[in-house]
Design a protein. Sequence first.
Length: 289
Amino acid sequence: MSTERVKAARMTESGAKLIVWATAASCAGFLLALPRPTTPRGTPALVLDRAAVAQVERRDRQLARRYQGEVGQMFAQTDGSRPAQTDLEKIHTLYLDWGAAEAGGGGSHSVSRSAAMRAAVSAVLAHEGEDAIRALRASLLLRLPQALSGTDDEELDAALLGAFPRMLVRYGLTREGRVVGPDFVVRVLYAARFNVMLGLPATQDFTGVESRAYWGWLALGARVDPALRMDALDRYEAAGGQHALEARAALLYALGRGIEASSLYEEAYRRTGNLRLRNHAMAASLLAP
């Protein structure tokens, strides 16, 4: 066979392979486009704006420096004497005592501790304002990653964390002691824990992205009862969370409410043109009532 014929044969083989591949791809696309019931696999993933997350983290670092600076000035006494604790430092001490009690397995609730905490928080809010509370919270948040990883000061780590590791397990953020969920969600849940222990609403002073991370993970990421996730989804949507319509449909499907889920999947399909949502709508409509 001449060189020209060999080249032609090779080109013919390559061309044939290309035609087969293109045909297969075309058939696959055609099959995907066919209306067919497809069982939903769960809620969409939580998506957060990276720039907004970075802005919150910068704010935390700035606030933490303020708290640490104030404490440093309080203890910089030329005569070596230790001044009385400020109300903000009292909150810090009470918070660590509370965490140590939780970590030790004993009763974390103490009437005297709760009363002292309320009094200290009221005094700080009255005389120093909310920024002082934010600064203390930020300083603790900066310590959180090290405490979760473990430092040489195991006692302080335990006091900082308290029962928080158990919360992370419950909400699917850790596995075998290792963080597997988004770091920012872990941070936001710890901030909420801090707020609650001070007697404040869980999402006190949260920015938009913090609220979306908090409610969004409870709605989209945590493997808890779908009815509880539905309540969190309402708050996530109110905070401007993405893909709330599809998430609501998925939770309704999990609750066995197929007709409602199908209607929402259909609406999501009309809004986005996503064929997967159309197929989910068909599957939901077939769900036994």
